[in-house]
Ligand binder design. Structure first.
Ligand code: CU
Length: 640
C-alpha cells in the first residue's frame, strides 16, 4: 500500500481524483501468467461487445456536439481543413511516436479498463500503424513489462528509447528502460534506472545522451551513448510529472512547465539547475507546448482549461516571455502539434477545467496558430472528443493523426473510451479557390540521407523557383499532452534552377542529432511530403556540389555585320562563373582558335583580308576546366 500512497501524494490533482473514483467494488482478478491469460482477463473486464459499446457510446455522445461546433466554421476545407473518418484501433493511442519509416508506433496498457484494475503488468498492447495503408501490425511489448506512462524519445539513429512504465495496480513505476527498433519492430531491454519511474520525461541531448527526469524520483538520470546510465546527483529537484524540457540554443535543457517557474538544467557532470522568473501566473497542468522555431516555445492552455498562450524566447541569457493571442477555446488535456509549415495546431481537450475528462466539455474544433501573426484560426471539428490519454502527431505527408483517449478510473466511470483515430488534413493541402480540391504540392525529388551541422546540402525539386520555406521537423514523441522532442528548425537556403541549397545550423543545440522530416513549402503555402534526413555530427562532410559551368557571350561584332577587306574586326566577350572564376576566354573562327585572353575585358582585334562568311564564337574555361561556348556570330567580309 505504500506504493499507492506514494502515488496519490505525487499525482496531479485530476489523477488522484481518478484513483478515488475508480469503481471501489472492482476486485483484482486471479494472477494470470501468460499473455493469453491476460488477453482473457481483458475480455472479462471489458468484453469485445462492451468495448465496442463504449467506443460507440463515446462516438455517439461526441457526434452531436461535434456537429454543432462543425457548423460554426466555414465548410471550405481550403479554410478549415478536413477530418477523415473515425477508424477503430487495436490500442488506445495514449503514447505515439513517428518512426523513421513514416509509420507510427503507439501503445497503451494491458487492457481497456483503468490500469489500476489489473493486478499483473507483464506486457503492453502496442501497434505499428501505417498511415499509407491504414493497416496495423501487432508489436506488443514482450519483455515482461508494461510501458504504460513511460517517457520516450528517439535515439540519434531513429530508434525509440523508453524510460519507466507501470509495475502494478498501485501504479508504481518500473526501473526498466526499453529500445524499440523500427527496422525489425522488436523491443529490447536496456540498463535499469536507479529508481522506478512513472510519468517521466525523456529529452534527447546534443551529445547523443538521453535525459530522464521525474516520474516521481527527483534525481535525473542520463542514458549515455553506450547505453549505460549516469545519475545527476547534484541536480535533484521536485518537478511536476512529465516535465516540459527541450535543449535550448545554449546547450542547456530549458524547462518551460507545466508549472510557472522557468529553469535551465546543465546536464554535464552531476548536473546543475538555474531558476529564472515566472512564465506566467498559471500552473498549466495538462496544457501543452511546441518548439516552433529556434529557441522559441509556444505554451497554450492547461490548468483550469485556460485559453491563454505565451511565447518564450530561450535564445538569450534570460528567457523572455511575451503574450500571444488567446485560443478561441479554453483547453486542458489537448495537444499542440507542429504542422509541416512551422505553424502550430491545437486539438482536443476540455474547456471546463475537468481534471481528466468531461464528456460534456469536449473541444472539437482544431485551431491553428500562425507564428508570423500570433493569431489563432478556428478550424474544422473532429468527430470524437479527445481528452485524457489522447495524442496528435504530424505525419510525413503533412496530415495530423489524432488518436486515443480513455483508460482511467474516471474514463470508466463516465464511459469514455476512444480506441480509435481520425486523420486531419490541414487547409494548407487544399486549393484556396473554394473548390475543396487538393492543391498541387511541391516535390522533393532528391536530398541526402544524412547532413551535418554547419554544412550546406542540395535538395532537388522541380519547384525550386516557388519555394519560400525549408525546414527540419524532428520526429514526434507524444503522450499526456506532452511532446518530448519535436521542434521546427527553419533552414536558410538559396534557389537554383532545379535545386535548393539549404544550410544546416552550425549550432548543434539548434538541431540535436537525430532523424528529422525535411519539408519545403511553396509560395501558396503548400508543403511537400517530407523526406527523412538524419542530422548526424559523426557523418563525413558532404561532397562538394558539382561545378557549375561558366557563362559567356560574344558581344561584338554584331551578328550579320559586314566588313570591307582588309578588315580589323573587334571581338569582344563577357564571361562569368557562378561558383568559381573564369580562367580564360578563347576566340574561334569556325574550329580554329584565333587567340586566348586570360583576363577581362576579353578582347581580340582580328585582322582578315580574305573575303567570305565567317562564324565566330567565344569559349570560356572556368577554374574546374569546364567550358562553355557562346552563341555563334556570323559576319561577312566583302571586296572593297
Ligand atoms: Cu496517464
Amino acid at each position: 500500500m505504500s506504493g499507492l500512497s506514494l502515488g496519490v501524494v505525487r499525482l496531479a490533482p485530476g489523477l488522484a481524483l481518478a484513483l478515488t473514483l475508480a469503481a471501489p467494488g472492482t476486485a483484482l482478478g486471479a494472477h494470470p501468467d501468460t499473455p493469453a491469460e491476460h488477453h482473457a482477463e481483458d475480455h472479462v473486464i471489458h468484453s469485445a461487445a462492451t468495448e465496442r459499446r463504449l467506443n460507440r457510446k463515446t462516438r455517439q455522445r461526441s457526434a452531436a456536439e461535434s456537429r454543432v461546433e462543425a457548423a460554426a466554421v466555414a465548410a471550405d476545407p481550403g479554410q478549415v481543413g478536413e477530418w477523415g473518418p473515425v477508424t477503430n484501433w487495436p490500442v488506445v493511442g495514449i503514447h505515439a511516436a513517428l518512426l523513421p519509416n513514416g509509420k507510427v508506433l503507439a501503445w497503451d496498457s494491458v487492457g481497456d479498463a483503468a490500469t489500476e484494475k489489473f493486478p499483473t503488468h507483464d506486457f503492453t498492447r502496442a501497434t505499428v500503424y501505417d498511415p499509407a495503408t491504414g493497416t496495423h501490425q501487432d508489436v506488443r511489448v514482450n519483455t515482461g513489462h508494461n510501458v504504460f506512462c513511460a517517457g520516450f524519445a528517439h535515439l540519434p539513429d531513429g530508434s525509440l528509447f523508453l524510460a519507466g512504465g507501470n509495475r502494478d495496480a498501485q501504479l508504481s513505476g518500473i526501473v526498466q528502460t526499453h529500445v524499440f527498433n523500427p527496422t525489425t519492430n522488436t523491443w529490447t531491454l536496456g540498463s535499469n534506472m536507479a529508481a522506478g519511474r512513472w510519468y517521466p520525461s525523456v529529452t534527447p541531448l546534443t551529445n547523443g545522451e538521453m535525459l530522464i527526469t521525474e516520474g516521481r524520483p527527483d534525481v535525473p538520470e542520463v542514458r549515455r551513448t553506450d547505453g549505460t546510465l549516469r545519475t545527476l546527483t547534484t541536480a535533484s529537484l521536485n518537478l511536476p510529472l512529465y516535465p516540459w524540457l527541450d535543449v535550448a540554443p545554449d546547450g542547456r535543457v530549458f524547462y518551460s512547465g507545466p508549472d510557472q517557474t522557468m529553469r535551465k538544467l546543465d546536464p554535464a557532470g552531476g548536473g546543475s539547475w538555474q531558476s529564472f522568473g515566472q512564465r506566467d501566473t498559471i500552473n498549466r497542468s495538462y496544457g501543452s507546448r511546441a518548439v516552433y522555431d529556434v529557441g522559441k516555445t509556444l505554451v497554450a492552455g492547461g490548468g483550469p482549461s485556460s485559453n491563454t498562450a505565451r511565447v518564450i524566447d530561450t535564445g538569450g541569457a534570460t528567457p523572455q516571455v511575451s503574450p500571444t493571442s488567446a485560443m478561441a477555446f479554453g483547453r486542458r488535456q489537448h495537444n499542440l502539434t507542429l504542422l509541416a509549415d512551422g505553424s502550430v495546431l491545437a486539438t482536443g481537450g476540455n474547456s471546463t477545467g475537468a481534471g481528466l475528462i468531461d464528456m460534456n466539455g469536449g473541444v472539437y474544433n482544431a485551431e491553428r496558430w500562425d507564428p508570423a501573426t500570433g493569431q489563432w484560426t478556428t478550424l474544422a471539428a473532429q468527430a470524437v472528443t479527445r481528452q485524457y490519454h489522447s495524442t496528435a502527431l504530424l505525419l510525413p505527408d503533412g496530415r495530423v493523426l489524432s488518436s486515443g483517449g480513455g483508460i482511467c478510473g474516471t474514463c470508466d466511470d463516465v464511459g469514455y473510451l476512444a480506441k480509435n483515430a481520425e486523420v486531419y488534413t490541414p487547409p494548407y493541402l487544399y486549393k484556396k479557390d473554394g473548390s475543396g480540391e487538393l492543391a498541387p504540392r511541391p516535390d522533393i525529388t532528391g536530398a541526402p540521407d544524412t547532413v551535418i551541422h554547419g554544412s550546406s546540402f542540395q535538395i532537388t525539386t522541380p519547384n525550386a523557383a516557388s519555394i519560400q520555406k525549408v525546414g527540419l521537423i524532428r520526429l514526434a514523441s507524444q503522450t499526456h499532452s506532452v511532446e518530448m522532442e519535436q521542434r521546427y528548425v527553419p533552414l536558410t537556403f538559396t534557389r537554383g534552377s532545379d535545386t535548393l541549397t539549404a544550410n544546416v545550423p552550425a549550432n548543434p543545440h539548434v538541431a540535436v542529432p537525430g532523424v528529422y522530416m525535411l519539408v519545403i513549402v511553396d509560395d501558396a503555402g503548400v508543403p511537400s511530403v517530407a523526406k527523412m534526413v538524419t542530422v548526424d555530427p559523426a557523418a563525413p562532410p558532404p561532397p562538394p556540389p558539382p561545378n557549375q559551368p561558366p557563362t559567356v557571350s560574344l558581344t561584338s561584332p554584331a551578328n550579320g555585320a559586314t566588313f570591307r577587306s582588309p578588315a580589323t574586326i573587334p571581338l569582344r566577350a563577357t564571361a562569368a562563373d557562378p561558383d568559381g572564376s573564369v580562367t580564360r576566354v578563347d576566340f574561334f573562327r569556325g574550329g580554329t582558335r584565333l587567340t586566348q585572353d586570360t583576363s577581362a575585358p576579353y578582347t581580340y582585334d582580328w585582322s582578315v583580308s580574305a573575303t567570305g562568311n565567317y562564324t565566330l564564337t567565344a569559349r570560356a574555361i572556368d577554374n574546374a576546366d569546364v567550358t562553355t561556348t557562346s552563341s555563334p556570330v556570323t559576319v561577312r567580309v566583302r571586296k572593297r
